[in-house]
Design a protein around this ligand. Structure first.
Ligand code: G4P
Ligand code: MG
Length: 182
């Protein structure tokens, strides 16, 4: 099982429920629509962005394209640059001139986001906006490129480890641990 929760002190973690995530994403989607950003396409950074992006699509119904990037290896250590697990030509063909909403679950170090944004910008989209479920309040290593002017955030938690329901062994225990203060 993939378990990113190992070795972490339980009391220091944020535990999220699916319902909290859904409510947060709905609020985020409302703000995107209110700001008059009207994307042509959603690009999701898998795997963490999958479920948030699918919830966004409930409110902003656009095609979802997927890129797979991994910054952590099997030992749960960050790799020097994020690794492309999947980067389909089709994604690149669909970007020129398009307004893109790039979705991920977390802005942590910002390294994955910087890497992904620079890769996508090479394909000359009209505009890219970023949406993340959580932007951790911390000093960032990565930089959001200047060309990115819209950045939508669901929550801005302290720099603590977030445990997502999709990583849970026991979803009922996950719900019980949820501390509702992200
Ligand atoms: P960033 O640009 O979005 O800040 O990402 P960064 O490179 O710093 O690292 C992203 C990786 O770290 C992602 O996993 C993400 O899920 C994981 N991560 C960062 N903070 C947390 C956290 O608080 N909780 C959990 N559960 N994961 C966290 P990845 O290896 O890139 O791949 P994937 O899990 O998205 O497939
Ligand atoms: Mg990710």
């Amino acid at each position: 099982m993939l378990n990113k929760q190992k070795g972490i002190v339980v009391g220091d973690n944020y535990y999220l429920t699916y319902n909290e995530i859904h409510r947060t994403i709905r609020n985020l989607a409302d703000r995107i629509l209110d700001s008059d950003f009207n994307p042509d396409v959603i690009v999701v950074i898998g795997t963490g962005g999958f479920i948030p992006a699918r919830i966004i699509r409930t409110f902003i119904d656009r095609p979802i394209l997927t890129v797979g990037l991994q910054h952590y290896n099997k030992e749960n250590r960050p790799t020097e640059i994020p690794r492309k697990i999947q980067w389909i030509d089709e994604v690149e063909k669909k970007l020129p001139g398009k307004k893109v909403l790039l979705v991920d679950e977390v802005d942590d170090t910002r390294v994955t986001l910087e890497y992904c944004l620079n890769e996508l910008l090479r394909h000359k989209p009209a505009e890219i906006a970023v949406a993340v479920l959580a932007n951790k309040r911390k000093k960032k290593t990565g930089v959001i490129p200047d060309k990115i002017s819209r950045y939508y955030v669901g929550k801005e938690p302290d720099d603590r480890w977030i445990c997502y329901p999709w990583d849970a062994d026991d979803i009922d225990e996950q719900d019980r641990r949820s501390n509702h203060d992200l």
